[in-house]
Ligand binder design. Structure first.
Ligand code: GLC
Length: 551
């Protein structure tokens, strides 16, 4: 398993364990269940799974409110079950990263319980207290729909405590060296168990400073560098993935000079893809590509279409947000904070062509793609559930009871019942059985992506095509280049653009295996609605390719 930079060519798959697969039939997904499904993930082409928080928690933020960093939520199994899962993952030459919540704990955590019960407790200074709720007024409120302030009054201590998320999630005080040390101990504990790294939650907010917005402060970067040093010194090859929902120029700082995170999520690209798909206009995707800074050689972007949270619209202007809300979340129930709490397939009108195009964009742009569980089969959402629960419903395996997720009816997380997305229509088995299903398309794109070194670099050059509906770019590595062309619209489009650098007369579309002809100076062809072409120069005369259009 010793492959440095393995994450640069990996496909990640995000799992909400509670809803994935119930192995002991108590209605809750668990390690035993997931272990049984590893073969499925391997078959799809997944390289690394990312588990949402697995720690004991009162679950007021679905596990992101941790009550004990050193054990497993008993609902999910035992530490032994977890170790077994890690072993089984590695046996299949896959990897596993887990969520690490560094910014805050649950208010049920014994540290906070002790802190609030006694100002002389050694844990009192694990948190940020104040007599006034007027400090750090420039810090924005993130959970706008539920929190009015980042300070909450605590009756017991007669003080306010600081929290960037729910008031049940007091922020840790990183000014305190003991907190910094605790976090390194926690990191050691899990890496000792053999995991391959962490997705580190909510990193921009670790320190506070008067007169700032309390985000991305130099002190925060300094501590994160300490974490990286610790990991590199003690656990080389393990990775840190940064969740910082910030502008590219701020996010890139979390990669440092290869001395902070190995990867960072590319938040700004995601809403631009949805904007492009709805308006059939590539402008903002192109702008985001241009604005994305170069990153150090060993670092990588994590790209995604959807995840377990609302589709965040923090990276677009107010006007654009209003437009995206109108287009994608006409019912106010579909909105949350500054985002949209819906899944990929319903967002894209359950139109397979459009969904495939979204994946084709994701897999052909720079970055290692993250797939959110269920989105590979086009699962639906349930907006009648609160908060983000509607995008965290049980995985739909087949048409048996509870979509094959659990054999008991006592599960508290209802399976999607909307007829369009119910298990009868959307499930893994059906997807696997049908040759032209979304699942097969995703699997195929993954396979091609992993075979093509040019898709694994961060090199991208936009091609200048006037038609706003056609997004085209070149992906290169030292020895080859691919021409990628996407039709963002529902219309058939003839294209013909200058391409003086053509190295071959014939190109093969890696997706359809069809040949496309070229002159020495131009590329010409036809795109079907929502079609993508991933064109590779044809070097040898391989028999069996169908001819489409030869100039
Ligand atoms: C991250 C998580 C989100 C959680 C928040 C607070 O943004 O993705 O689910 O609610 O942090 O921990």
């Amino acid at each position: 398993m010793q492959q440095p930079n393995w994450y640069k060519n990996s496909v990640f798959y995000e799992i909400y364990l509670r809803s994935y697969m119930d192995g002991n039939n108590d209605g809750v997904g668990d390690f035993i269940g997931l272990t049984k499904r590893l073969g499925y993930l391997k078959r799809l082409g997944v390289d690394c799974i990312w588990l949402l928080p697995i720690y004991p928690s009162p679950r007021l933020d679905d596990g992101y409110d941790i009550a004990d960093y050193y054990s497993i939520d008993p609902d999910y199994g035992s530490l032994n079950d977890f170790k077994k899962l890690v072993k089984e993952v590695h046996k299949r030459n896959m990897r596993v990263v887990i969520d690490l919540v560094v910014n805050h704990t649950s208010d049920q955590h014994p540290w906070f319980q002790s802190a609030r019960s006694d100002p002389n407790s050694p844990y009192y200074n694990y948190y940020v207290w104040s007599d006034s709720d007027q400090r750090y007024q420039d810090a924005r409120i993130i959970f706008l729909d539920s929190e009015k302030s980042n300070w909450t009054w605590d009756e017991k201590t007669q003080k306010y405590y600081w929290h960037r998320f729910y008031s049940s999630q007091p922020d840790l005080n990183y000014e305190n060296p003991a907190v910094r040390e605790e976090m390194l101990n926690i990191i050691r504990f899990w890496l000792d168990l053999g995991i391959d790294g962490f997705r580190v939650d909510a990193v921009p907010y670790l320190f506070q400073k008067d007169g700032t917005d309390c985000e991305n402060l130099p002190e925060t970067h300094e501590f994160l560098k300490k974490i990286r040093e610790f990991v590199d010194n003690n656990f080389p090859g393990r990775i840190l993935i940064c969740e910082a929902n910030q502008r590219p120029k701020d996010v890139v700082k979390y990669l440092g000079r290869e001395d902070e995170f190995h990867m960072a999520f590319h938040f700004p690209m995601m809403p631009r893809i949805f904007q492009a798909l709805r308006s059939c206009d590539k402008t903002h995707v192109e702008e985001t590509i241009k604005q994305t800074p170069t990153i150090p050689a060993s670092c990588q972007w994590g790209t995604f279409l959807r995840n377990h949270d609302e589709l965040t619209l923090e990276m677009v202007t107010n006007e654009e947000r209003e437009w995206l809300w109108r287009e994608y979340a006409p019912d106010p129930k579909m909105r949350l904070n500054l985002g949209i709490r819906r899944r990929l397939a319903p967002l894209l009108d359950n139109n397979q062509g459009k969904i495939e195009l979204a994946y084709s964009l994701l897999f052909s742009l720079p970055g290692s793609p993250f797939i959110y569980y269920g989105d590979e089969i086009g699962m639906g959402d349930n907006i009648s559930l609160p908060d983000r629960d509607g995008v965290r419903t049980p995985m739909q395996w087949d048409t048996t009871l509870n979509a094959g997720f659990t054999k008991t009816n006592q599960n508290n997380n209802p399976v999607i019942s909307d007829p369009e997305f119910a298990p009868a229509m959307v499930n893994v088995q059906k997807n696997i059985n049908e040759r032209h299903s979304l699942w097969h398309k995703v699997k195929r794109l993954i396979k091609i992506r992993k075979k093509e070194p040019a898709l694994q670099t961060n090199e991208i050059t936009l091609l200048n095509i006037e038609d706003k509906r056609v997004l085209a770019f070149i992906r290169t590595n030292a020895c080859e280049r691919l021409i990628i062309i996407h039709n963002l619209s529902n219309s058939r489009i003839d294209f013909n653009f200058d391409y003086p650098a053509a190295e071959a007369k014939t190109y093969i579309d890696l997706i359809s295996q069809i040949e496309i002809g070229m002159t020495i100076a131009s590329v010409k062809g036809t795109l079907e609605p929502y079609q993508s072409l991933w064109l590779k120069p044809k070097k040898r005369n391989i028999l069996g390719y169908k001819k489409l259009s030869i100039i």
